[in-house]
Design a protein around this ligand. Structure first.
Ligand code: SAH
Length: 222
């Protein structure tokens, strides 16, 4: 029974994930490799799917939602860390399991995380607290960001939007970076928006597939 794996066995799987799925594929930022080597990813999954925690794919966490594939979390985190220093506060949109928020917190960022579904927010809050991460998890429409905690150095969106949500770009501080999948419901481009002294610079960082961002600056519910 893998449910009974001890922490050493999970650690071995985690080390292997970092080596084979991240480092071997070009993730070079030591801060990201270090943080993902430390965060106990398996604890963010419901027990019935825990065995898949370190697999090279997203995993369903219930309520029709998923925890992103390790590689995509690494990529988004590395892009977020290209924000101009000092890095202080980050916004995580789409808390889901809470894993991405934990990786940002493990990097020393002060994290606010927004989730639309109260059931997921509740579970993520519990997991994060159990593991000692101080993340401010709030229930709400993350496509509108979190004006009362803005501005942010980095904003990471774990769900796909039809366009770059303007409200999120507006909540970046100068030098700040927004990482968001933008495209159709079925296929998106990972998009990086950087706030400069004179406006915003946007670049693409490759194809990806995320669940939809459902909200005012995302997709309508259906
Ligand atoms: N970052 C997560 C995975 C995200 S899955 C993790 O590490 O596990 C996408 C999440 O975005 C889902 O939980 C979904 O409910 C949430 N979501 C979708 N639209 C949202 C919105 N407008 N505001 C906040 N959360 C939203």
């Amino acid at each position: 029974m893998t449910g009974a794996l001890d922490e050493a066995a999970w650690a071995a799987r985690r080390e292997r994930m970092v080596r084979e799925q991240l480092a071997a594929r070009g993730v070079v930022d030591e801060r990201v490799l270090g943080a993902m080597g430390r965060v106990l990813r398996h604890r963010f999954l419901p027990e019935r799917v825990r065995d898949e925690a370190y697999g090279d794919h997203p995993v369903s966490i219930g309520d029709g939602q998923t925890i992103s594939q390790p590689y995509i979390v690494a990529e988004m985190t590395a892009l977020a860390l290209t924000a101009a220093p000092p890095l202080r506060r980050a916004l995580d949109v789409g808390t889901g399991s809470g894993y991405q928020a934990a990786v940002l917190a493990e990097l020393g960022l002060e994290v606010v995380s927004l989730e639309r579904l109260a059931s997921l927010a509740k579970r993520a809050r519990a997991t994060l607290a159990e593991l000692g991460y101080r993340v401010d998890v709030r229930v709400g429409d993350g496509s509108l960001g979190c004006p009362d905690a803005a501005p942010f150095c980095a904003i990471v969106v774990g769900a796909a939007a039809p366009e770059v949500p303007a409200a999120l770009a507006e909540q970046l501080r100068p030098g700040g970076v927004l990482v968001v999948p933008v495209g159709s419901r079925g296929l998106q481009e990972l998009t990086v928006v950087r706030r400069t002294p004179d406006g915003f610079v946007r670049e693409g960082a490759g194809g990806c597939v995320f669940v939809p961002l459902v909200g005012e600056q995302g997709w309508p519910e259906r």
